[in-house]
Design a protein. Structure first.
Length: 86
């Protein structure tokens, strides 16, 4: 399930479940797609809802962190299975 705001910090459990989303967000940002279209089509959230832009922005920033400074933490954690979700 998509959180309203992506996590920050070195724990990457949430990220394991959202790698495909992160890849799509990075691609969309690279091609210059409007955040509203991305929120609606990729993230499946209402772009007009309160907090939608914050949600989109936080997940894009998290995706950028994962492929940058967070790569070491991601590689280490992704070698393990994610914790089951209920």
């Amino acid at each position: 399930m998509l959180q309203d705001v992506a996590p920050t910090g070195p724990v990457v459990t949430y990220d394991q479940r959202n790698l495909a989303l992160y890849a799509e967000l990075l691609d969309a940002a690279e091609t210059g797609l409007d955040w509203r279209n991305v929120a609606t089509s990729i993230m499946k959230i209402d772009a007009d809802a309160a907090g939608a832009e914050t949600c989109w922005r936080s997940h894009l920033e998290r995706a950028r962190w994962i492929v940058g400074d967070g790569m070491g933490a991601a590689i280490e954690a992704f070698g393990r299975r994610p914790a089951p979700t209920n």
